[in-house]
Design a protein around this ligand. Structure first.
Ligand code: ADP
Ligand code: MG
Length: 280
């Protein structure tokens, strides 16, 4: 595909963390307008690193993220701010502020469009109406004034989606958006996210570890294993051989504070606004 057709491209992007761990080897990828692109891979494959390098939450140590109308020589300062404004992000652990209402959590998505000084100003009527409109789209209008910490996990993720949408992004990045949900709720939430993207023509890059969900919703799947792209194709191309290769070197679950990952409770609501959602 010629570069002009891509909404965004990665050119030989690699990420080595300060401890020397290479989480992403040289990766090139073209993101097509309107596609629902799924990054598939086991835990530790590099999905979050790749997603975060797209919106600058992780700075690539090699290569570049190319956005057609922004300078290709690395995104900094106002160009990075503009790029981040265009990239809505949905997180696995929602990153909601529990004591705030659904409406106030969603309005946080509007901060990306404000200057640092502007963040001190009260919300405008149009901003509140825009927030209520996306809350309605995710089916939570009756809960708009409820505290976020009174909602179920699936409802909280709907708020996370609404917060990303109110930003009016060109690209939606979702990092394991349904990994903390039970299978039925995961299906509902992914179905909602997919439906909104398709209706709006919104391009999405969504990381998942569930093969079946990837097969059902992806227009295209990029399979990662140990920081390398080992598969790229349509869901129909993802045959049993490709799946077993993708999960061949799955690392053992890493205990967190001595508790195996699978036994950790539902992720807590963060008490304060996380770094990722603060204006840069
Ligand atoms: N901040 C970090 N410092 C060092 N290593 C990291 C850091 N974040 C992730 N890693 C490592 O990079 C690899 C890829 O991680 P990640 O991108 O989170 O994978 P995934 O999202 O597919 O689970 C893993 O081996 C992980 O332990
Ligand atoms: Mg991850």
């Amino acid at each position: 595909m010629p570069p002009t057709e891509a909404l965004l491209a990665l050119r030989n992007v690699s990420v080595t963390y300060p401890d020397g761990h290479v989480a992403l080897h040289s990766t090139s990828l073209q993101v097509r307008p309107g596609e629902f692109l799924v990054l598939l891979g086991a835990s530790g494959a590099g999905k979050s690193t790749l997603l975060r390098s797209i919106n600058g939450l992780v700075r690539p140590t090699g290569g570049e993220v190319v956005v057609p109308d922004l300078p290709a020589t690395g995104l900094f300062g106002r160009h990075l701010r503009e790029h981040r404004r265009r990239c809505g992000m949905v997180f696995q652990q929602h990153h909601l502020i529990g004591r705030l209402s659904v409406l106030d959590n969603v309005l946080i998505g509007r901060l990306a469009s404000r200057s640092l000084l502007g963040t001190l100003l009260p919300w405008r009527r149009e901003e509140k109406l825009a927030a209520l409109a996306v809350i309605d789209r995710v089916g939570l209008l009756p809960k708009a004034l409820a505290r976020a910490d009174t909602l179920s996990g699936g409802q909280q993720q709907r708020v996370g989606i609404a917060r990303a949408l109110v930003q009016r992004p060109r690209l939606l990045l979702a990092d394991e958006p349904v990994a903390s949900l039970d299978p039925a709720t995961a299906e509902d939430v992914l179905n909602l996210l997919h439906g909104i993207c398709k209706k709006d023509g919104l391009t999405a890059i969504v990381s998942l570890h569930q093969v079946e969900l990837a097969r059902r919703y992806a227009d295209r799947i990029v399979g990662l294993q140990q920081g390398r792209v080992v598969f790229e194709g349509s869901p129909a191309d993802l045959n049993a051989g490709a799946v077993s290769e993708l999960y061949a070197h799955r690392p053992a679950a890493v205990p967190v504070n001595g508790i195996p990952e699978a036994r950790l409770p539902h992720p807590p609501i963060t008490p304060t606004q996380p770094k990722e959602l603060q204006p840069c």
